[in-house]
Design a protein around this ligand. Structure first.
Ligand code: PGA
Length: 238
């Protein structure tokens, strides 16, 4: 899976043309079996329904209750109704606004109940990595959670910074996450056209979660091309 997290960016006209360009390109590579999922702001979901089915659309967060007096919030069932098939839960930007493990667990439960496929985002800070505690920290973020559809490993210090971990650290983390029984594990944090092929070739990396570079069709398509050739090479070397 190559996921495009548009965060709080875009309005209808631009998002529709961006989605169209991406989906048209991705259709050519369908037979390679990788899936593109767009995560627009919730208000844009409906406007993309004629371009993307629910296997190509996700939301960025949801409330932990399915309905009720929660002014300003959007529920998992509303997102499902809006055409989303997936939802990100526990993104570091949501954790920074106060989502703790208890709330994230409730959100995962609610997303599953609403029929969404949740992608749990995990990742350590630089201080934790420097102390050599990254793997234990991430394992703890996962161990008490309901089983998500996928996990996205996104080190906090790699998001939007242009810095990415060493290949061996990503491989080690994905291996550790895989021990939790989750088979779909994405890497996220400063993915771009230059590093996508190398990231996609790392053992255990089953996809990428792309933020900033997914807001521009040419940049995102470069990532898709790079991943595609990296997968083709992996296949040839088998
Ligand atoms: P980035 O964001 O690609 O801009 O680093 C990734 C994310 O926050 O999901």
């Amino acid at each position: 899976m190559i996921a495009a997290n548009w965060k709080m960016n875009g309005v209808r006209a631009h998002s529709r043309s961006l989605a169209k360009e991406i989906i048209t390109f991705a259709a050519k590579y369908k037979e390679q079996g990788w899936r593109i999922v767009l995560f627009p702001p919730a208000t844009l979901l409906h406007s993309l329904n004629d371009i993307c089915n629910d296997e190509m659309l996700g939301a960025q967060d949801c409330h932990h209750e399915l309905e009720g007096a929660y002014t300003g919030s959007v529920s998992a069932s509303q997102l499902r109704d809006g055409g989303a098939g997936f939802v990100l839960i526990g993104h570091s930007e949501c954790r920074a606004r106060g989502d703790d493990d208890a709330l994230i667990g409730l959100k995962l439960d609610t997303a599953l109940k609403a029929g969404l496929k949740p992608i749990l985002c995990v990742g350590e800070s630089l201080a934790i990595r420097d102390r050599g505690e990254a793997v234990d920290f991430v394992k703890k973020q996962i161990c008490s959670m309901p089983l998500p559809y996928a996990i996205a490993y996104e080190p906090l210090w790699a998001i939007g910074t242009g810095h990415i971990p060493d290949k061996k650290d990503i491989e080690q983390m994905h291996k550790a996450i895989g021990q939790s029984g989750i088979k779909r594990i994405l890497y996220g944090g400063s993915v771009n056209g230059e590093n996508a092929a190398s990231l996609a070739s790392i053992e255990g990396v089953g996809g990428l979660l792309v933020g900033g570079a997914s807001l521009n069709a040419a940049d995102f398509i470069t990532i898709l091309k790079e991943v595609s050739s990296s997968l083709a090479m992996r296949e040839r070397n088998r």
